[in-house]
Design a protein around this ligand. Structure first.
Ligand code: CA
Ligand code: CA
Length: 276
């Protein structure tokens, strides 16, 4: 298995960071912690967007404006990207706006953490909504997989219980809108994978989808990386790619390698994300 990072060390580090008197100064403590964990928001809905909780597609006073939809995390040797919508990479939307560009940039950035050996594993063992073997316009990631293979990536599909013996052969693990919960042993294997330089791409879904509820399926895993998928739908009053505020165009981005040459994303019924 090679040299691995001990999970306990992370816990001890977190505890020490909360008790900064053990360090010379609080600032130095924060710097130490930042070397091992860094959370960055990357994209938001614009000033006319909101996090719709009650599903009426109207901005109510308690519903947050301009919610975050995309985050990047550095976690010891590994990296995590979380986005709130699986549909923007589906066959029907991947060639629209800069959706494919963003998908490719995300995989490139995640794979680089481990030295870019180009081995990507899409999980299909938790009843994920999108499948790389499917040509279905709304439920297939076949075009995304094809785009990655054209760039030299080895793209495979996992149908077994997730464990280290599988994960150690890959550089990036992709999990999209699962509706089956992860076993504790699978969560441990995935955290271990990221601690040791793996890339993890977590993809959510809007909260009123009948397919799954990320609060129950993805959040118990995402929590280990300080990520929370919210139970909402990101809506926009007037900036949408087809009629309806639940299909917003995302065009507010910060500076990050995965956003190079990305100006516009068509979002298809997705949730927002925040730091846990
Ligand atoms: Ca509302
Ligand atoms: Ca969606």
């Amino acid at each position: 298995m090679g040299r691995t990072v001990n999970l306990h060390f992370l816990v001890i580090l977190a505890l020490l960071s909360l008790s900064s008197q053990f360090f010379v100064t609080e600032a130095s403590c924060k710097r130490q912690f930042k070397r091992f964990y860094h959370f960055k928001e990357l994209a938001w809905g614009d000033e006319n967007s909101w996090s719709d909780i009650d599903g009426d597609w109207i901005q109510d006073p308690e519903e947050k404006l301009s919610p975050c939809i995309l985050v990047a995390i550095s976690f010891f040797k590994g990296r995590v990207i979380a986005v709130g919508d699986e549909g923007f990479l589906s066959n029907v939307l991947i060639d629209e706006a800069d959706n494919l560009k963003l998908g490719i940039n995300i995989i490139n950035w995640l794979a680089q953490a481990r030295g870019n050996n180009y081995r990507i594993l899409f999980d299909a063992s938790h009843n994920e909504l999108e499948d790389i073997n499917s040509d279905d316009p709304w439920l297939g990631y076949s075009k995304f997989a094809e785009g990655l293979r054209e760039l030299g990536y080895i793209v495979e599909r996992n149908t077994r219980k997730i464990d280290w013996s599988t994960l150690h052969k890959y550089d990036v693990l992709v999990i999209n809108a699962p509706n089956k919960r992860f076993l504790p042993s699978e969560i441990v294997a995935i955290v271990h994978f990221v601690l040791n330089g793996g890339g993890l791409f977590l993809i959510g879904e809007w909260h009123m989808s009948e397919h799954q509820h990320v609060s129950k399926t993805l959040n118990p895993l995402a929590a280990f990386f300080g990520i929370k998928f919210n139970e909402d739908t990101v809506c926009d009053l007037d900036d949408y790619w087809i009629e309806g505020p639940q299909y917003p165009i995302i065009h507010i981005f910060t500076d990050h390698p995965i956003l190079k040459d990305v100006n516009e994303i068509y979002y298809y019924l997705g949730c927002s994300i925040e730091k846990r």
